[in-house]
Design a protein around this ligand. Structure first.
Ligand code: 5AD
Ligand code: FES
Length: 352
């Protein structure tokens, strides 16, 4: 019926109109989810085979100058324990990660002014000198053009900056007044122009999200054509104003992962830690819905419990080696393999 017509069109034309997206997202049923997942897996296999890319996530600072309403690192969360890793700690994480088979390191942190351009450039250069065959992804929020350019010139080649929502009013509901969707989108454009492989993304089920705001997200992604897109369920954090909101839906997250894969078959699409947090097999289900990346934690165990974007986060007590082998097993249990490659984005083949 109608939903299948839209699914066909999404696959064939790699795009829908705004109202078609809203209609398709709203038409979610178990049967439609299955059909979307089947197509998503087929499209992904044509490009990436049975390989799942892996990135070592290093959460290097829990200080943040922002006050995003959903996030446990928000500056007004007085109970959050703050930490910074030293350059030496970060290099040790990378060394351990390299030994475990990681060839991409994601440096993620709050927006922490301590890590100015000089400090970050030093760190990026040092990682590149230690591991010239590895890719560095930064996930450190909104910065100036000059800053993005200097970090790129130092050797960072990928950047994750979730847009969070492409709807103006929804963006204002999730963020304090000093942050704007306009500026966030300008940053994303800037990063792309500089030459980064750019990732955007959003939470599923964040307070105020509707099929219309999701349709705007899809429309934005269709136009922006990111290399990566991070989506995971919203999970309430007890110290934030959204503490009593309900968490994002597992099945909707999986459905949206499939639709993103169909929209842009070469996307790097992680099965996120948040997905693994709301269901014990969430990441496996994410891969089976069309995701192709996992990002286990490489942060030192001592700091993991201090990087609590949301409640009940998994892997906060596990050594990096344990996470790597745990994920290996999990991926093998569903017929996939973790690769020891950088896992760069592949070119988009022409539609079949
Ligand atoms: N639940 C789920 N995801 C969250 N993030 C921040 N807070 C939460 C939460 N409560 C996500 C945001 C951010 C990324 C680093 O983590 O989308 O971009
Ligand atoms: Fe961390 Fe399973 S991935 S323990």
């Amino acid at each position: 019926e109608r939903a299948l017509v839209l699914l066909d069109k999404l696959e064939r034309e790699r795009g829908l109109t705004f109202s078609e997206y809203a209609e398709l997202i709203d038409a979610e049923t178990e049967a439609l989810r299955k059909e979307a997942a089947k197509r998503a897996v087929r499209l992904r296999k044509q490009i990436y085979g049975d390989q799942v890319f892996t990135r070592g996530l290093i959460e290097f600072t829990s200080y943040c100058k922002n006050d995003c309403h959903y996030c446990g690192l928000q500056r007004s969360n007085a109970e959050a324990e703050r930490y910074r890793l030293s350059e030496e700690d970060i290099l040790l994480c990378c060394k351990e990660g390299y030994r475990l088979g990681f060839r991409t390191f994601v440096l993620q942190g709050g927006e922490d002014p301590y890590f100015n351009d000089d400090r970050l450039v030093r760190i990026v250069r040092a990682i590149k000198a230690q591991h010239p065959d590895c890719a560095i992804t930064l996930s450190i929020g909104e910065r100036t053009h000059e800053s993005y350019q200097r970090l790129f010139d130092a050797g960072a080649e990928r950047y994750l900056l979730r847009h969070e929502t492409a709807d103006e009013a929804h963006y204002r509901k999730l963020h304090p007044a000093e942050l704007s969707l306009r500026h966030r989108l300008d940053c994303l454009e800037d990063l792309k122009r500089i030459g980064y492989q750019v990732g955007c993304g959003f939470m599923v089920g964040s307070p105020g999200q509707t099929v219309e705001t999701l349709a705007e997200d899809f429309h934005f992604i269709q136009e922006f054509k990111p290399a990566m897109c991070g989506i995971g369920p919203f999970i309430p954090q007890h110290a934030t104003v959204f503490r009593d909101e309900k968490q994002g839906d597992l099945h909707q997250t999986l459905f949206l992962l499939s639709l993103l894969r169909i929209l842009q078959p070469n996307l790097l699409l992680p099965a996120t830690t948040a997905l693994g947090t709301i269901h014990p097999l969430g990441r496996e289900m994410g891969i089976q819905a069309g995701a192709n990346v996992v990002m286990p934690n490489l942060s030192p165990v001592e700091v993991r419990k201090k990087y609590l974007l949301y409640d009940n986060k998994i892997c906060t007590g596990d050594e990096s080696a344990a996470c790597r082998s745990c994920l290996n097993r999990r991926m093998e249990s569903i017929g996939y393999r973790l690769t020891e490659t950088r896992g760069d984005v592949k070119p988009l083949p022409s539609p079949s």
